[in-house]
Design a protein around this ligand. Structure first.
Ligand code: TYD
Length: 198
């Protein structure tokens, strides 16, 4: 089963991810993330930090996904493992739809076409929702300077996520990310266990 965690920067994904790592050890899940695949992950980080060409960045995110699928996700699914990924394809729909505006006439169609036929859709996606201002204040506490981390941008990213929810209502579980981290963790842990037992 493939579970993904999504949300704007500062929504608390990393805290949730770390918490799940501690709580779900008995299920022996495979914890993974995007971006961060072998050999492409570094190129992606380089592109993000240099605020490079949007098309280069998008192509690298897709390449990272392809390597992630080939080397991590597909083999683990074949071995019937539980996989938990911190970010996945929805991140591209949420973020690259914005960065590719003006670069491609229809970024969403491009994203759909580029994943078509080989990518794998998650079984369950937890989306952490928070106001961009609250997310920003959390992120600025961390001193993050990446160009993604701007409030107006994050508002648009979240809007794109909500559009994906409207299009795929059965896959998404929405989480109010202003709740206490323990409350969020307990709920997500329980939801994963229930689904995994089916
Ligand atoms: P990451 O360092 O994992 O940030 P976070 O801790 O917020 O998850 O990801 C770096 C940035 O890359 C993040 O702002 C989201 C963005 N991103 C995309 O734009 N497209 C993608 O396909 C992915 C996976 C991430």
């Amino acid at each position: 089963m493939l579970v993904t965690l999504e949300g704007i920067d500062g929504a608390g994904k990393t805290t949730l991810y770390k918490g799940l790592k501690e709580k779900l050890t008995d299920l022996r899940p495979l914890f993974t993330r995007e971006p961060g695949s072998p050999y492409i992950g570094d190129a992606v980080r380089h592109a993000i930090s240099k605020n490079s060409d949007p098309l280069v960045e998008a192509a690298l995110f897709v390449a990272d996904h392809a390597v992630h699928l080939a080397t991590v996700v597909r083999p683990a699914l074949e071995a019937k493992k539980l996989i938990i990924s911190d970010r996945y394809t929805d991140s591209r729909y949420a973020y690259q739809q914005i960065s590719l505006k003006g670069v491609h006439p229809d970024p969403k169609a491009w994203l759909a076409a580029v994943h078509e036929g080989w990518s794998i859709v998650p079984d369950m996606t937890f989306l952490l929702l928070i106001s961009p201002e609250a997310a920003m204040s959390r992120v600025s506490d961390r001193g993050g300077k990446e160009h993604f981390e701007k409030a107006e941008f994050l508002a648009e990213v979240q809007k794109n996520y909500l559009e994906l929810v409207a299009e795929n209502p059965s896959r998404f579980v929405l989480i109010d990310a202003t709740q206490k981290p323990e409350t969020i963790l307990d709920f997500v842990e329980k939801s994963i266990r229930e689904r995994n037992a089916k």
